[in-house]
Design a protein around this ligand. Structure first.
Ligand SMILES: [Zn+2]
Length: 316
């Protein structure tokens, strides 16, 4: 491993990098008996209730290949203390949960979390936002600024409802396409932090007037995972970047070498810094929206590999 930084990382090395320092959470699903594993950085394991449990969501093809979501309550020693299955279309009522033979560590009423608008959020098109999240039993809400036309969308698996108020000039069909994308990303996320919803609103507000592109969906996904994903680059990708720069520059107007180079440098050999941590390092040099745009560019060019925190199945 002497020359690890001078050669291209092999898949195994990248995998090793991505789990080094991580702690393992594993459990057997009560329904399908599959063993599911998640590697998580200890700093992401924030307790959310008085018992010190952390909630994770694991959606996977379960019994009869039906999708099932398990809400997991994990203690400080990374032991899964209980799992609450939520079937597609279920409404998790207190009564249903109390009939399950498991300890329920928190009450099942929805809690409300306020989405604090970012200092640059202008309420240009998005006048109000409310996300009802049945996986996390939380209503995330952005304070209403002024009235607008109401639009509601439910995610495919019916775990997420989104309600917004919109400026009258915005096409409802276009806005609905955005909300469907947003809902399906939220439905698949293992750990959600409401701070990222504030960044998401900042991103969505100016963009919602035009249809979502493939690139913008990737960016939306990156933003919502920014606290639990890790951008990794190697010296090899740095060399590739320098070589390809003339072409990158000609294809993307108004780009500057320094901002790309700086971000790439931050990601070389990265193991512990999340996408959001890297933004905070670069914050004085660029806005959040520019940052996301640059990272997406480099990810598409294969210069940066973004590792998400997500569950996988182990075959035994
Ligand atoms: Zn299962």
């Amino acid at each position: 491993m002497v020359c690890c930084f001078t050669t291209l990382y092999s898949t195994v090395e990248v995998y090793y990098l991505s789990i080094k320092g991580r702690r393992k959470i594993d459990y057997e699903c009560n329904l399908c008996k599959k063993t599911r594993i998640l590697y998580v950085l200890p700093s992401l394991h924030h307790s959310v209730d008085e018992k010190g449990y952390v909630e994770y969501v694991d959606i996977h093809p379960c019994e009869d290949d039906r999708l099932n979501a398990n809400i997991l309550y994990v203690d400080k020693s990374m032991t899964v203390r209980s799992q609450v299955p939520v079937r597609v279309g279920d409404n998790m009522t207190a009564q249903e949960i109390s009939t399950l033979q498991i300890p329920v560590p928190k009450k099942v009423d929805f809690k409300t979390a306020i989405i604090e608008p970012d200092k640059d959020f202008k309420y240009k098109n998005l006048k109000f936002l409310k996300i009802t999240d049945r996986l996390r039993q939380t209503i995330f809400q952005l304070k209403e600024k002024s009235s607008g036309k109401t639009l509601k969308v439910t995610s495919e698996l019916e775990f997420i409802d989104i309600e917004i108020k919109l400026a009258k000039s915005i096409d409802s069909d276009i806005a609905e396409d955005w909300l469907k994308q947003l809902a399906s990303i939220l439905e698949a996320i293992v750990l959600l932090d409401e701070e990222m919803l504030s960044f998401m609103a900042l991103y969505l507000d100016p963009k919602i007037s035009k249809p979502p592109s493939g690139e913008s969906i990737i960016e939306l996904d990156m933003i919502l995972h920014a606290k639990s994903s890790f951008p990794i680059a190697s010296l090899k990708s740095y060399a590739t970047f320098r070589r390809q720069w003339p072409r990158i520059k000609s294809e993307r107007k108004g780009t500057d070498f320094e901002s790309y180079e700086k971000l790439l440098t931050y990601c070389i050999g990265n193991q512990y810094k999340t996408l959001l941590d890297i933004y905070f390092k670069a914050e004085s040099a660029m806005s959040f929206l520019t940052y996301i745009d640059r990272i997406e560019d480099m990810s598409m060019l294969g210069l940066i590999n973004i590792r998400k925190t997500e569950f996988f199945t182990v075959d035994e």
